[in-house]
Design a binder for this molecule. Sequence first.
Ligand SMILES: [Zn+2]
Length: 236
Amino acid sequence: MKLDFSRDRVLAVVAHPDDAELLCAGTLARARQDGAAIGICVLCQGDKGQPNKPIRNLAAVRRKEMKAATAILGAELFLGEFADATLADGIPHRLKLVEILRQFRPTLVLAHAPEDYHADHQAASKLAEAASWSCASRGQKTKTAPQDAPPAVWFMDTINMSGFVPGFYIDISRYADVKERMLNCHKSQLARGTDGDFSPLNELMQLQFKARGMQSNVSAAEAFRQHHAFKRTQAW
Ligand SMILES: [Zn+2]
């Protein structure tokens, strides 16, 4: 089976500034290589992930890090600008994401799995699911015109693979270095590697893409499952 993204517009909708690197940047890089348009929408500012030695203006620092990382990927960056640990599936959040979706006009949305660990990830999953349906509703008004059809939705692997049963794997053997270069832009997060409430991110990411690679007979992979719902499932 040959998966081809060349006709796609792929948007990752993630909770925090480094989530796309950990869970789907290899797939985005591969989609871009196929000729797809790619984007990352980061809903939260990353303003509360402080290392032991606090950083002033953390949200601004993390915005800069995100811009550097998405420039490596060649992706368009969209920001929800919500505060960390406040994300919820509410009307203002939905409308903001509907407008972002209409601006980018994805054919495929990569969303957090509903069972992922962090409350912001769980809320981001709900929001992505709801907004990626409403973005094609003519009755739902925002500044930009509705899309013709709702995009397909793939749920991404969870952080450290906990509780996630993959539906399929994307071979990212040729793009693992892109993930690593992107993650290295997130210096404020990497600085938390030895903090008691955190895990070294490089190691976590490498272990995950190698384990998913081992499960699918390649050197590196990212895992997903399709959202099996009316008008959301695609055939190859
Ligand atoms: Zn996160």
